[in-house]
Design a protein around this ligand. Structure first.
Ligand code: TXA
Ligand code: MG
Length: 315
């Protein structure tokens, strides 16, 4: 299959309405979408990515009133989060609407809903005129794509169209919050820090730095976000072993930079998160064997960053 590239949201949306698979940019990572109301098209998302069928998809819409088409209701805490953070990098888990095909939610009675903030995404969703379930547009298990080129590398020839955009802003995925429980629970830390959620709601479960009280999202059970290189976590760059096929990424500069194949010193946690998946992919292209990655303090975006680092390092 030839994958067409376009910069036109209307053209990309026309592919999707025909039952085809379309990758598109968002402010977090690129997504791989299909028409929620065409179950065969949604099934092809799982095939193209090699995604386990038990891992539910996040449904993307462009307007709040469309939430009624996919969710049965929005509990009060969910409404508060909607008012404060949406559009933006937040996914609300809500009771599912009966009409939404069950392939979208992998048979669950709940549905993840997100309204992205990026204007190109909004134009695309508007032109689609239908809810768009979309996981990250990577081969299952690989780092999420933060550029259209990364989508093409992973899925070129397996999907119908890529809506081109720039490098994504956040570089890590949306924060997933289960709004069907009281208090609400963070299932996946992401681009909106739990501290911001707490400022609005007071109590939020499952996001302590030490571990999670809440049950995880199905998709967070597996090893994830991993490059082919081995990822080793370090507290400080002094733990890095020199080697031409070794790389380092972190906030502190290593003393022995010249003895490493690649060194990425990031300005702050935001920049680190923005660059991480891109660096993973670059290291694979350069045939790096071991990536030493410095963990950061578990606050703000640091929580999502550490989560992605730990998963990439898990074997
Ligand atoms: O930023 C993002 O969220 C990106 C962009 C494309 O929007 N999407 C994304 O989708 O990261 P994906 O499929 O790679 O990750 C979705 C996560 C998975 O861990 C999945 O298990 C969880 O959300 N999830 C989806 N629906 C759920 C549900 N009904 N209940 C619990 N977890 C759910
Ligand atoms: Mg993903």
């Amino acid at each position: 299959m030839a994958t067409s590239l376009t910069t036109s949201p209307a053209e990309a949306a026309a592919h999707l309405r025909r039952g085809e698979l379309v990758a598109f940019p968002t402010e977090t990572v690129y997504g791989l979408g299909a028409d929620a109301l065409q179950p065969d098209a949604v099934r092809r998302i799982f095939e193209a990515k090699g995604r386990p069928a038990d891992n539910p998809l996040i449904v993307h819409v462009c307007r709040r009133k469309q939430i009624k088409q996919v969710a049965a209701r929005v509990p009060p805490a969910g409404q508060q989060l909607l008012n404060e953070f949406v559009p933006g990098p937040l996914t609300l888990i809500l009771p599912k609407h009966d009409h939404l095909p069950s392939v979208v939610t992998a048979g669950l009675e709940t549905v993840g809903v997100r309204i992205p903030r990026l204007s190109r995404t909004q134009s695309f969703l508007e032109a689609c005129g239908t809810p768009v379930p979309a996981p990250s547009a990577n081969q299952s298990g690989r780092p999420s794509p933060t550029s259209w080129e990364a989508v093409e590398d992973d899925l070129g020839g397996r999907i119908d169209c890529i809506l081109r955009g720039g490098r994504t802003d956040a570089g890590v995925e949306s924060t997933v919050v289960d709004c069907t429980t009281d208090p609400v629970a963070v299932l996946r830390p992401g681009a909106i820090p739990v501290e911001s959620l707490r400022q609005v709601l007071g109590t939020v479960q499952g996001a302590s730095p030490e571990g999670e009280a809440a049950p995880r999202s199905p998709g967070t059970r597996h090893r994830h976000y991993a490059p082919s290189a081995r990822v080793r976590l370090v507290d400080t760059p002094s733990e890095v072993a020199p080697g031409e096929d070794h790389a380092y990424v972190g906030l502190d500069a290593p003393a022995q930079a010249c003895a490493l194949g690649r060194v990425h010193v990031e300005e702050d946690v935001q920049a680190y998160a923005h660059d991480l998946f891109h660096i993973f992919r670059t290291c694979d292209e350069k045939e790096i064997e071991v990536i030493y990655a410095q963990t950061v303090s578990a606050e703000g975006m640091g929580r999502a960053l550490n989560d992605r680092l730990r998963r990439a390092a898990a074997r």
